[in-house]
Design a protein around this ligand. Sequence first.
Ligand code: FAD
Ligand code: NAP
Length: 314
Amino acid sequence: MSDTRHTRVLIIGSGPAGYTAGVYASRAMLEPILVQGIEPGGQLTTTTDVENYPGFTEVQGPDLMIKMQEHAAAMGCDIVGDIITELDTSSRPFVAKGDSGTTYTADAVILCTGARAKWLGLETEEAFKGFGVSACATCDGFFYRGQEIVVVGGGNTAVEEALFLTNFASKVTLIHRRDELRAEKILQDRLFKNPKIETMWFNTLEEVVGTDNPKGVEAVRVRNVKTDEITEIPCKGVFIAIGHAPASELVKDTLETHNGGYVKVEPGSTRTSIPGVFAAGDLTDHIYRQAVTSAGMGCMAALDAEKFLAEQEG
Ligand code: FAD
Ligand code: NAP
């Protein structure tokens, strides 16, 4: 059944930015609607230990996000399980179409759609996605108990995934295209001390090798970027951890973006190129991309939206 719901503030996304915007917009009596999207709780629901969110020496990512959801709901935020498929920012009020059939109209919109895992774009990576190739160790690591695993990447995600996967795997090989990691020093330290992890520098993944019946991975072929030498590494699981791209599909043709699709905001604010549309979190941020910075921007967006509405209405 299709229906239309109006709100003063529509928050799109349920990561740290979205829920924080929900807390602040609710406390400002703006009666926001927050649409959760395909991944309620956002990226942190795909990880285990979070050790750098202030107030929590250690917390599981999914638990932290449930607390944020409960906090936003307790302040009065209307949290809806839906996905926005279209956003029309040319009209007033703004019009957002939900996958459920609901149409949302809003006087202001806060975009918090975050980022998604990047893939290498290899044919064989695509062919074995879900059959040995994954971008989420928390989701799929369990399937590789006692097996050998390969992780590709050199940032925090790759190192954390490699460490986490040692809980299951007999051996983890981290393949990186350089000989220097981007990951925080504390994580690098843990990686280098872990006897189950081997690093392979200056190598890139060329091909995933597997069988069709039953469908599964048997090995990867990697290429040394200096010598072009190809090495085959036997493994049952391949985890691609090469970063994330902003989820800006809804607005890529309407809002100004930069640095590969990140929504551009005025420095020191969350104002986008369209008045009344605000953006927060990883969607706007190619540098910090942390839960706490996203939450901070969610707060800013709700305050910016409140000011915008007050000016419109006053
Ligand atoms: P996200 O968390 O990306 O959430 C985006 C939200 O938008 C999702 O709820 C999604 O469903 C929703 N959405 C997208 N499209 C639509 C749509 N069309 N309609 C409706 N909703 C939509 N950071 C730390 O500070 N500490 C850590 O320890 C840490 N560990 C991490 C581990 C991993 C494996 C990963 C991937 C990231 C980690 N990060 C960590 C980074 C952190 O998760 C992100 O910086 C943070 O989640 C970004 O928050 P966000 O609210 O901007 O968006
Ligand atoms: P990232 O920091 O962008 O790192 C991506 C890694 O993948 C880099 O090492 C990069 O190599 C490599 N890479 C990229 N494209 C590649 C390709 N086509 N082929 C081979 N290698 C490729 O991404 P991330 O690790 O996902 O982290 C994203 C953000 O989330 C960061 O801000 C990070 O701090 C945050 N995060 C934080 C935590 C935490 O605080 N504990 C945990 C996870 C993530 P180069 O180094 O050569 O560019």
